[in-house]
Structures are given as C-alpha cells and as structure tokens.
Write a protein that binds this ligand. Structure first.
Ligand SMILES: [Zn+2]
Length: 410
C-alpha cells in the first residue's frame, strides 16, 4: 500500500486517476506503475460534451527513473465516441496527447539534450536516437507556437553555410537591445524565397510593426524585405559589422596583390601578416605590435588600405545621419583617390547603398550579435558532423538558439 501512495504523490495524480499497482522487475531494472480511473463519464476532448466511456486504450509512458530503474506508467485510457467528433482518446494529466513520455520526463530530456550531444543524451536517458529527435521536434513545435504571439521589432538577417559546399540557410535573428539575440527562423538557401518564408509566417500587423532590419548588401534579402515590410526603405540597415568585413576583405586583397609583387624581387616583408592587418589599432596583440609599427612606417599599399579601413570606423561615431553623410563624403574622396582597386570597389559599393547605411544613425542596429549566433550554429554543425538532413539542422538551431519555451505545459 505504501508504494502506491508514494507513486501517487510522485506522479502528482489527482482524482479520478489513482495508482493501482507498482511492480518491480529487478532483472529488467524496471518499475512498472499501473494507473486507473474511477470515472465512467468523460468529456469529449473536442467539444467537452460528456458521455460514457466507449472503450479503453492501453498505453505506456516512460517516466523519470526511480533510483536508476527505468520507470513505466501503464494505464487504460478512456476513449469516448462523440456523435460529432468520432472516436476520441481523453487527455491524461501526466503526458501530452500522443506522447510516449511523461511531461516530467520530457522536461528532463530537454534539459539534458540542451547540455550534451544527442548520443550522450541518449546514453544518459536510455532512449533511442529517434526518440531524442522526436522530443526535440515536439519541443521546438511547442515553443514556436507559443512565440507566434510576440512581435519582433528589430531583427537581423544573414546567411550561414550548412555543412558542405554552397549549402546555405538564411538565419533571421531577433536583436532587441539589452536582450540576448535569438534565432527566429531558418530558411532554405539564400534566395529571396528563403527570407519571404519568414515574412509569410508573420502577421501583417507584426510586419508593419518592424522597426529595423540589419543585413549585408545581398540583394535578395533587400528585395524580400521591401516586398513584405511597409516602408522598408527607411528600416533596412546595412550594418557596421558587414561593412567592416567588406573593408577587411579589401585590405587583404591589397595585401595579397602587393605581397605577390614584392616576392618577385625576393622581398618577404608581407609574408605571414594577414591577421596583423585585420585588427583594429587598439586591439592589436602585443606580439604583433613591433612588426606592425615597422610595416606602418614603410610606404606600403597595404598600410594605406588599412588606414582607410581604420578611418571608416569613425563614420559610425557620427551623431546624426547628416553628420555621417558629411563624413562619408570626405572618406569616399580619400578612398577613391587611393589608387587601390579593391578599396575603390568597396567605396563605390558603399556609395551606391549609402541611403541604407545612413539608416544606422536612426536605428543603431548591428548584426554583430547575429554573428555570435552564427558561430554557435557553426559549433552545432561541427558537433553533428555536418548535417545531411536540412530539417534536422533547422530544428537544432531553433532548439538551441531560438530562445523558445520548450517544456510541455504543466
Ligand atoms: Zn465532441
């Protein structure tokens, strides 16, 4: 009698459900708890209409272990036959509909899956890979459903390579100030449809409420946002992170070209300096400083390109769009007269998109946090040894980085 009451308590069972038996199978290392109901009258899960039990469905759920013993709950669950909704199995308080685990077990499994790899979690929880996958899928579906009601005002869009080759996904992240960035959506590829897919699942009201969208100068994303967000032109921001990246790439192109030319005369000055030029002045590691100062003192194209990149950082310190525009005019003149092909090319590109660069001074949004998420996504890819299954990859991103409420409701 004692263990019946104990399990009644552990399962948090209330009338009309009660524990009828507890059986310990030492050989199988299992505890089997049988649960029954007293009531003969049940409401249809669809309409609430009360009726007699039509038949019983025997079901089993995995519950939290009892002292390392796998614990199973077995019950005959009432099925009603509703004149309107047909045969309906009633809900049990300890599990979700169709679930094969109790809510408490799923909760634990979610916690474990968030902390370790799937294979480690399977080992700890003694569940199969498919079961772990199912728990994740259900958790994400639950979380997304709960999230739909909340508008996202500030977001960032970026592409991410998903494993091998030109296999891209489009990642949309929520970038609210003072809050951790979360992944809102993962779309296939990086064409316009990839981002359209996000906008289509957002209500018209919430789309109109979007205040700012940070992105690089990738046209399909721009077009998708213009097509889906009212007055998007004033909301799209080509953000500091991506512009800085473009300039760094230009500096590196100049360096590679110059290095090639220098090497023709056996001049190895630029060998192994790639990373030296990527740092901002104040972040330059001590180990590089001496070499860098020496290089800076020589009249190298690379150091000129670097100086133009560094100067552009002050652009972001402008107080207003007007001030930014004036700064840009001066910087652009300098860059365009630099006689450095890659730098001129980037400067022209900035000029062509200036309207959506100056929007920064209204919205002050940057994709830097989304890049942080991207690194964590790369970590997921690595942990899963590259994803062959695209849907699984998307689920995993949302499971780990979606900021979703994943637990079954109590
Ligand atoms: Zn009904």
């Amino acid at each position: 009698m004692q263990d019946l009451q104990l399990y009644q308590q552990l399962l948090g069972l209330d009338e009309p459900w009660y524990v009828t038996g507890v059986r310990l199978n030492v050989k199988a290392q299992e505890v089997e708890v049988t649960v029954a109901v007293r009531d003969q009258l049940w409401g249809c899960p669809q309409c609430g209409c009360r009726m007699h039990v039509h038949q019983w469905e025997n079901r089993t759920w995995r519950h939290l272990d009892s002292c390392q013993f796998k614990t199973l709950i077995r019950a005959d669950v009432p099925v009603v036959l509703c004149p309107e909704h047909g045969s309906q199995t009633v809900a049990v308080p300890w599990a979700e509909k169709y679930g094969r685990f109790t809510k408490l077990f799923e909760r634990l499994a979610i916690d474990v899956l968030r902390e370790c790899s799937v294979s480690a979690a399977c080992g700890l929880l003694r569940i199969s890979w498919d079961e772990a996958d199912g728990i994740k899928q259900r958790a994400v579906a639950r979380g997304r459903l709960r999230k739909q009601a909340h508008p996202v005002r500030r977001l960032g869009v970026d592409e991410k390579s998903a494993g091998r080759g030109q296999n891209y996904v489009t990642v949309v992240a929520r970038l609210e100030p003072g809050q951790a960035a979360t992944v809102e959506y993962v779309g296939d590829g990086r064409k316009q449809e990839a981002l359209d897919g996000y906008w289509q699942q957002v209500s018209a009201e919430h789309r109109a409420g979007v205040e700012a969208v940070a992105m690089d100068m990738w046209e399909p994303y721009f077009n998708s946002t213009v097509a889906n967000v009212p007055e998007a032109a004033g909301k799209i921001v080509h953000d500091p992170y991506h512009l800085g990246q473009m300039l760094s790439e230009a500096v590196d192109k100049v360096r590679r070209g110059e290095h090639r030319v220098l090497m023709e005369t056996g001049d190895e000055r630029l060998a192994g300096t790639k990373y030296v030029w990527l740092y901002g002045w104040e972040n330059l590691p001590e180990a590089h400083r001496e070499r860098f100062d020496e290089l800076r003192g020589q009249k190298l194209k690379t150091s000129r390109a670097w100086a133009i990149k560094e100067m552009f950082r002050d652009f972001w310190a402008s107080q207003t769009a007007e001030e930014g525009k004036e700064f840009f005019r001066r910087w652009y003149g300098w860059a365009i007269r630099s006689r450095l092909g890659p730098v001129k090319q980037v400067a022209r590109s900035f000029k062509a998109h200036l309207g959506n660069i100056l929007t920064y001074f209204t919205h002050r949004i940057t994709n830097a946090a989304l890049e942080g998420l991207n690194n964590r996504i790369a970590g997921l890819v690595k942990k899963a040894f590259g994803y062959r299954n695209r849907e699984r990859f998307k689920t995993d991103i949302l499971f780990h980085l979606g900021g979703l409420d994943l637990y079954p409701s109590q």
